[in-house]
Structure formats: C-alpha cells, structure tokens
Design a protein around this ligand. Structure first.
Ligand SMILES: NC(=O)c1ccc[n+]([C@@H]2O[C@H](COP(=O)([O-])OP(=O)(O)OC[C@H]3O[C@@H](n4cnc5c(N)ncnc54)[C@H](OP(=O)(O)O)[C@@H]3O)[C@@H](O)[C@H]2O)c1
Length: 429
C-alpha cells in the first residue's frame, strides 16, 4: 500500500482511541510535529467511539498547545471496535492508524484485521507479548500480501530497548554478541504514577501468561543460534553493580520484542543475533520490601476473577500508588524521566566469536522524558513520521513487524534524538 495520502485516503494519520489517557498526549504530539510530514504537512484526524469526548480532546489540545485552529482544522471520525463497518470506514480514510485502544488483548485484533483488509498501515503502543506475537502469527502473511505494515510496541514498550540494542550493535566495532539493559525511572518532587489503562493490560496479561508458551510453539521456530559466550541469566532479585541498586528481571514486552527483531534480522538479513537480558532497577531496601509485598499480592490475586476485580477496582492500593485511575498530572509528567543503560560485549574485528571469551565491551544509554505519556507519544509519532517519510527504507514487503525489524534501515534514531529520546555511547573498552 502506498504511504501517501490521496483523495480517497485523505489522512496521513488517524489517531484511534484519541479520547484515552494516552490518546490525548498522542494527539498533542501529532499537533506539535505535523510539519514533519511528507512535503511539510501531516493531514490527520481523531477517531474514537464518542464524538463528544473527541471534541473535548481537541479543545484540551488547543488549550495546552495554544493552537485554537486545531478545533476547526482537525476532523473527527466515529468508530467503535465492536462495529466492524465503522472500523473499515475509518481504515479506508487513513494511510496510518495510530491505535491507542487497549487493553489490546480485548480490542486490538479487530483493528489489525480492519487495517489489513482495508489497506491502512497500523502502529500501536502495545506492551502485551501475547497480543503482539499472536498478530504476527495470524496476520503476517495477509499483511505481506496486501503490502500493509503492522508495527506493534512503538511506545516506551519497546522502542528504547529494541532500537537501543540495534544502536549498541551499530556503534560496536566488531561483532556484538550480548547486551544487558538496566532501566531506571525517576520522578520529580511531585512524584508520578501510571494510568489505570496500563494496569489493566498488565493484570489481564499476567492472568493469561500461560498461553504464551503454546502460542510460541505454533511458530515452529528453530532456536536462534547462540553466537559468542552465552549470556548469564541473573536471579529474580539482585544488587546490580552496573546501576548500584537492587534490580529485577524486566517483566514487560522488551525481551520478547528484542528477540523477535534479532530473529528477523538473523533470518532475513544474515545478521549475527544479539543475546539480550532486560532488567529494571528498583532502588534501595525499602523499595525491595514494597515490591515483594505488592508482587506477592498481585501474583496471588491475578489468578482468580474476584482477585482481578479487586486489583482493577483499587489500583492505587494494590500498587502502592504506582498506578492510579486518574493517571499522572502534567506537573508530574514534567518532573519524570527514564534511563536505559545498555552493557554490551562482543568480539573485535578479526576475532572469531566461536573461540574464547568476548574481548571488548560497550556501554550505551537511551534516556528521555517521562516514559508512559511523554516518551511513548514521541516514539509512536516518530514511528509514523518515519514510515511516511522513508517508505523505501522499510522492509521490502508488508507484514507484522517489531519496531527494530521495521525501522532498522531508517533514520528513526536521529528523529528520536531530535525529540528528546537520546541515544549515546558512554564507553567503549
Ligand atoms: N507502551 C507503552 O509504554 C504504553 C504507554 C501508555 C499506554 N500504553 C497502552 O495503551 C493502551 C491505552 O492506555 P490508556 O491508559 O490510554 O487507557 P484508557 O485511558 O483506558 O484509554 C482507552 C481508550 O480505548 C477506547 N476504547 C475502549 N473501548 C473501545 C471501543 N469498543 N471502541 C473504540 N474505542 C474504545 C477508549 O474510548 P472511550 O474514551 O470512549 O472510553 C479510550 O479512548 C493500554 O493498552 C496501555 O497499556 C502503552
């Protein structure tokens, strides 16, 4: 499918789920960057199931950005996940749908299907491996036949991790064979939290995590070859010398997404697969105690429907204030940030990775603003801007792709650097 608008397909970008907590910030990010589209202008529209709510979103965006013209210039499309005809009508009008409607396990497939059938490309900010891998299994070949690109996990899950590994590989002189990433997030004096939408996605994702294994069997993949020394798995809780705080394995979509990218690049482009371990810093001993307590309660309650209902009803209580129904305030967003530190190792040029230990290391960093509602809209919108401006650098055929697979040959990292998600090399040794 073409990546240009036309009389029949008037919008470059349609933001579906614009009335959601994240949707609002995606709308504002598109409004901020609309001059970066092909020939200097993105034509865009908002979509969702309530016109009244979408009107309000535009009003709020106009106020926040001081752009009163948005209210008259940006169109509104009414579409509901439960009404396939409305989704089809929406998809026929757009080049790319930015899908912000989650949890994706409940609402995402209908949108992917409508995009594939009606020739719209789709970008989402899903952090649910089961949905992302399920879409690849069920829609990759149809999307390829139609020339449609479906690119999942283009938010904080998993653009920094997936592109961070590719950046580290590209900066390494030789063969990079393994990377560990350590994520830390910080808040300002006002504190911070994550909106309930992500909490619900996590609850249903963990409740159903057993199904991921059987889904993966259906791919019938050969194991990815391990090149170089095998990466060591860390324990469930450890003190990290790298970031000087207690850390745990990262529970989000990043390991799944990075592995899928590495498989794609190895199988389709003959690149050496990079082994990957993802960890998150949790802080000092008080945070460890809180996390253990909250984690045990979560694991217990998430297994039963009454427990899930309790978790959904009282997000603040069960997450020690980490998640809330109201979401963070704009002040809290301003004071928050993230750092993704990557520790890579490999073999310098001329060294054989099948012989002996790695002889070189690299340390890189991806850092940026508040992850959920500042960095995520930036990453999602830059993914769309990249697609629109660099169609010839995408994979040759359409399909269901990870961000790394879709954008490995584009300038997306430069674009992210220009928008406050910064990639840098800290040390090579
Ligand atoms: N990757 C990341 O780092 C990241 C960051 C932020 C969010 N997310 C993900 O983004 C998703 C949204 O999160 P959120 O906090 O923004 O959630 P939210 O505030 O609950 O927003 C959900 C949106 O979905 C819409 N929706 C629900 N059912 C619909 C239907 N049948 N038809 C059409 N629209 C429907 C809602 O419309 P109404 O307003 O009409 O109810 C709303 O616009 C979640 O899956 C979350 O995990 C990911």
């Amino acid at each position: 499918m073409a990546l240009t608008s036309s009389a029949a397909r008037p919008y470059h970008i349609i933001i579906f789920g614009a009335s959601g907590f994240t949707g609002q910030f995606v709308v504002e990010e598109v409004a901020r960057t609309s001059a970066e589209g092909p020939r200097g202008a993105v034509r865009w529209a908002l979509a969702g199931r309530s016109r009244a709510k979408l009107d309000k979103v535009l009003e709020q965006a106009s106020e926040a950005l001081g752009k009163p013209e948005l209210k008259s210039e940006v169109d509104i499309i009414v579409a509901d996940v439960g009404e396939p005809d409305s989704l089809a009508a929406m998809c026929k009008q757009g080049v790319i749908v930015l899908n912000c409607v989650g949890p994706y396990r409940f609402y995402g497939e209908a949108v992917v299907k409508a995009c594939v059938e009606n020739g719209a490309h789709c970008i989402d900010i899903c952090g649910e491996p089961q949905f992302l891998e399920g879409m690849q299994l069920n829609y990759h070949s149809q999307a390829a036949d139609k020339g449609v690109y479906i690119v999942g996990s283009c938010g904080f899950d998993s653009i920094p991790a997936d592109l961070g590994v590719l950046y580290t590989r590209d900066q390494f002189k030789g063969t990079l064979t393994a990377v560990e990433s350590f994520l830390t997030a910080s808040t300002g004096p006002e504190g911070g939290c994550i909106h309930d939408g992500t909490w619900q996605s996590a609850i249903y994702g963990f409740a159903d995590s057993g199904k991921l294994r059987s889904l993966r069997k259906k791919f019938d993949h050969k194991p990815l070859p391990v090149v170089g020394a095998k990466i060591k798995r860390r324990s469930a809780l450890f003190f990290s010398d790298e970031i000087q705080q207690y850390s745990v394995p990262f529970m989000g979509a990043d390991p799944s997404v990075v592995k899928r990218t590495q498989r794609f690049l190895a199988e389709e482009h003959n690149k050496t697969p990079v082994q990957y371990g993802a960890y998150a810093g949790i802080g000092g001993i008080t945070s460890v105690i809180k996390l253990l307590f909250a984690g045990m309660m979560f694991w217990f309650l998430v297994k039963f429907s009454f427990g899930r209902n309790l978790l959904i009803k009282f997000p603040e209580f069960f997450s020690f204030g980490f998640f809330s129904k109201e979401g963070p305030t704009r002040k809290q967003l301003e004071g928050s940030s993230f750092r993704f530190a990557f520790f890579g190792e490999g073999y310098t040029e001329g060294q054989d990775p099948s012989q002996g230990k790695p002889n070189a290391k690299i340390r890189t960093l991806v850092q940026g603003p508040e992850p959920g509602y500042v960095a995520t809209p930036i990453a999602m919108v830059q993914a769309a801007i990249t697609m629109l401006n660099e169609p010839n650098s995408l994979p040759k055929k359409g399909g269901v792709y990870t961000p790394g697979a879709a954008f490995a040959n584009t300038t997306i990292i430069d674009r992210l650097n220009n928008h406050g998600i910064q990639f840098s090399v800290l040390e090579v040794s």
